[in-house]
Ligand binder design. Structure first.
Ligand SMILES: *Cc1c(COP(=O)(O)O)cnc(C)c1O
Length: 429
């Protein structure tokens, strides 16, 4: 074990890219030594309460003994084997669980190595489906502005055009059809005019559109907007009426985060294709999946290619599948649901921030808490302050948000909320 060796932070600074990072003037990174429960221990010895669950993924906290045991046992038998021509117990067990947990008509599963890949696969499925039906013009994807679906090119093409700098890639990025971001608030009333405009866009573009893709209920990286379930209900109807497939990207919202197992349950609808990822392995390793209905799956297989044209090297990696089986088994327990409700209640502590002048809005849904401030946050500055307060929170843009592990104690959530309050009140951003 080289736990005692200190991390070469200078090498990191000079040679390693971090997410969205400059090689000339990188933001500081903190050396992490160990994670456990809902805590991150830094090399310097500080133990931080984690508000981020490593980007929505570590829902059961770090190093959950049941997941770690599953990974260890799997590593002892078979950490990987190719999925072409072979199958294995962890993959079969996982896909059974996924079909059981997701809305009923989804019953065909494609295992992908990460969220962006699962989005690529969903788009490929939609295009191949319509090709099979002889509809060669349906090659575009429709989506709402302010969305986020990943960083590979097809996924990027359906992200918000401004946030993901589409102009920079002009001529390379496929051109998609954008409608306005859903604007009616989750707890408000659905604006009818917005739905009329949505229908007008379907009427204009449907002949060229294979699918509509959207993050249900919460547009996360695009602004942490919680929108009205009626928008999704209308979308489902319009997709059926205009022969457009509905792809729901549940990569961030899935597995209990919004207070339902999947966010689409708030609207009582189901998609033709669904992407899941992030929390799938409980944040232990990368794995995602694209689920489809029988109609979509059979449609694709009746087409010219006969097969879905995708098959990554590490498809169905047994270690990741074993972790996911353990994670989903935990998620199915009543305690997990009770924890999500408890965390949601504890997050209401963020509402105190509404008294602060710099705060524009506070929103809580399920185990997600968001404080929107009046200016872009200085990440380096606020993070330094948060670390002094013993918490790990990483804001983006004007959003200071937390989505803690479901096992986080009320006391820890209060500490997170207090740190956010203090950062804003003391102008540490
Ligand atoms: C994170 C995310 C993705 C991309 O997943 P990666 O695993 O980072 O490739 C796609 N869609 C949504 C909604 C996400 O939150």
């Amino acid at each position: 074990m080289n736990n005692k060796k200190t991390i070469d932070i200078e090498f990191d600074r000079q040679h390693i890219w971090h997410p969205y990072t400059s090689m000339i003037d990188p933001l500081p990174v903190y050396p992490a030594k160990r994670t456990f429960e809902n805590k991150i221990e830094l090399e310097s010895g500080e133990i931080l309460i984690d508000g981020m669950a490593s980007w929505w993924s570590a829902v059961h906290g770090y190093g959950h003994p049941e997941i770690i045991t599953a990974i260890k046992n799997q590593a002892d038998t078979m950490s990987h084997v190719m999925f072409g021509g072979l199958t294995h117990q962890p993959a079969v067990e996982l896909c059974k669980l996924l079909i059981e947990l997701t809305p009923a008509p989804l019953n065909r599963v494609f295992l992908a190595d990460g969220g962006s890949v699962s989005v690529e696969v969903s788009i490929k499925m939609a295009i191949q489906y319509w090709l099979s039906k002889g509809k060669r013009n349906k090659t575009q994807i429709m989506t709402a502005k302010k969305g986020y679906h990943g960083d590979t090119f097809a996924a990027m093409s359906v992200c918000d055009p401004v946030n993901s700098m589409h102009a920079m890639y002009q001529g390379f990025l496929p051109e998609q059809v954008f409608v306005d971001a859903p604007s009616s608030k989750f707890e408000g009333t659905q604006c009818q005019e917005e739905l009329n405009q949505l229908e007008a866009a379907f009427a204009t573009h449907h002949e060229n559109v294979a699918a509509f893709i959207i993050e249900p209920i919460v547009q996360n990286a695009g602004g942490m907007n919680f929108y009205h379930p009626d928008y999704l209900k209308a979308l489902r109807k319009l997709c059926d009426k205009y022969e457009v497939l509905l792809i729901l990207d549940e990569i961030a919202t899935g597995f209990g985060r919004t207070g339902k197992m999947f966010a689409c349950e708030h609207a009582d609808i189901s998609p033709d294709i669904m992407c899941v990822g992030k929390a799938l392995t409980g944040g232990n390793m990368t794995l995602a999946a694209t689920l489809a209905t029988e109609d979509v799956a059979l449609g694709i297989s009746q087409g010219e290619a006969k097969v879905l044209m995708h098959g990554p090297t590490f498809m169905g990696n047994p270690l990741a599948c074993a972790a996911a089986v353990a994670s989903l088994t935990l998620l199915k327990r009543k305690e997990c649901d009770a924890n999500i409700k408890r965390v949601s209640k504890a997050l209401e502590a963020l509402k105190h921030c509404e008294n602060l002048r710099a705060v524009k809005a506070v929103r809580v849904l399920g185990a997600i808490g968001v404080v929107e401030v009046d200016r872009v946050v200085d990440v380096a500055k606020i993070q330094k302050f948060f670390i002094q307060k013993g918490v790990w929170i990483r804001p983006f843009g004007k959003l200071i948000y937390i989505m803690p592990a479901y096992i986080s104690s009320d006391k820890d959530i209060l500490t997170l909320a207090d740190a956010i309050y203090a950062a804003i009140a003391g102008d540490h951003f």
